[in-house]
Design a protein around this ligand. Structure first.
Ligand code: CIR
Length: 256
């Protein structure tokens, strides 16, 4: 049986100073964010994952969003160079945590990429050209991953922070997508479920093996998932959404 591992990190006490790109700063209830994060970790455990929960980084406001710091594949991992300079010190502890599991590669300057911009579907790696990720990083990823048989393609994305704000995989060959933020033609051969147009941030779902984690705050899109035969486990991430975080951002999930 496949052993799945999730690396997570406690919500920083300085989360109120997080990076913001699209949202206005509003108060974040730290206790509620931590409660919701506990529920998120419990959901991962309930699916059989081993959760490696790292301690808070008090000085690094966005450190709970571990997804942005590494790209995990079966054969190796790439430590990103996050687009926001304030987030680069998050890499050190993630590098130490991943070292026992994977050969690690590093994105070098001037390359920048956030893990939230990287959608892996089988041997296809799609990288959003958002404000955080650039062509130098994409070229480096192409060189690093070609020997393992991966194709790496740039995907234009607009209106949202990351590619995975706009599109994620919810079942084999099926993507949940907000077509206003990313063009489905960038993903040939895939099937699509579109978010309800009143729920613009609803495209981020976390697929772990055959299980999907999704947020209850998007009932109309949830109904579309159910109509497609998908029955997600529901976890509320509404507090961290105020920091522009969603479900995939808060873990690095990989086969151990
Ligand atoms: C940032 O702007 O970097 C954080 N406030 C939010 C990062 C969310 N990460 C993600 O979607 N992968």
């Amino acid at each position: 049986m496949t052993r799945w591992i999730a690396i997570t990190r406690a919500v920083s006490r300085s989360i109120a100073n997080c990076e913001l790109t699209y949202l206005k700063r509003i108060p974040i209830d730290l206790e509620n964010a931590r409660r919701q994060h506990d529920t998120y970790e419990a959901a991962l455990r309930s699916l059989g994952l081993e959760v490696v929960s790292l301690p808070e980084e008090p000085e690094l406001p966005d450190a709970v969003f571990v997804e942005d710091i590494a790209i995990l594949l079966d054969e190796c991992a790439i430590l990103t160079r996050p687009g926001a300079g304030s987030r680069r010190p998050e890499s050190e502890s993630i590098s130490q945590s991943l070292a026992p599991y994977r050969k690690l590669f590093l994105i070098q300057a001037p390359g920048t990429v956030d893990g939230g911009d990287v959608l892996v579907v089988g041997k296809q790696v799609f990288v959003g050209t958002s404000s955080r990720s650039n062509s130098s990083a994409i070229e480096q990823m192409q060189r690093l991953l070609a020997p393992f048989g991966y194709s790496v393609q740039a995907v234009p994305v607009s209106g949202c922070l990351h590619l995975k704000s706009a599109v994620t995989q919810v079942a084999p060959g099926t993507l949940l997508i907000n077509p206003e933020w990313v063009d489905g033609n960038s993903f040939p051969g895939m099937q699509f479920i579109e978010v309800d147009s009143s729920e613009t941030s609803a495209a981020n779902a976390l697929l772990v093996g055959e299980n999907l984690i999704y947020q209850p705050v998007f009932p109309r899109t949830l109904a579309r998932l159910k109509a497609a035969g998908i029955r997600p486990l529901l976890v509320d991430q509404s507090e961290l959404a105020k920091a522009e975080g969603a479900l995939t951002c808060c873990s690095l999930v990989f086969k151990g």
